[in-house]
Write a protein that binds this ligand. Sequence first.
Ligand code: CU
Length: 175
Amino acid sequence: MIRLFARALLASTLALSPIAVSAHEAGAKPAHGAEAHAPAGPLVTLGDLEISGAFTRATLPNAPVGGGFLTITNKGAAADRLVSATAPIAKETQIHEMALEGDVMKMRQLTDGIEIAAGETVTLAPGGLHIMFMGLNTALVEGEKVPVTLTFEKAGTITVDLAIGAAAAAKSMGH
Ligand SMILES: [Cu+2]
């Protein structure tokens, strides 16, 4: 009963809060509903690289893992490589890919990172390349954001914010 009550209370708070916020805090973050449909961080530039559309997904409390997604465009004349990622929300952060093994989608760590060829765009997206948060220290709450530090072989290091979007469907929460 307590849980049901809490859920009802939460629902009503969420329904009411955008009105209260927009009336008093112009320039604050967008209303909850607007953000849920298009979660993405801003475009940031690091040397020849442009990083955009960074997001992750909300998790349940005690979820062990989460995924990070973003797009990297290399506007330079030489290839670069995403060699590592770190985040304070997880005990360990890895670079992963999803690949078909027979009929089964499996993921594996890319210990050499991800190359971004000159003039190319690489997208980390659900079902494909992704940043993997192993051992989450905290639940990821929709509408908030989490910092992730990316290190590239040539361009160096940058910290980007991942916007936290809606939770993935249970079926695709393989990790
Ligand atoms: Cu993974």
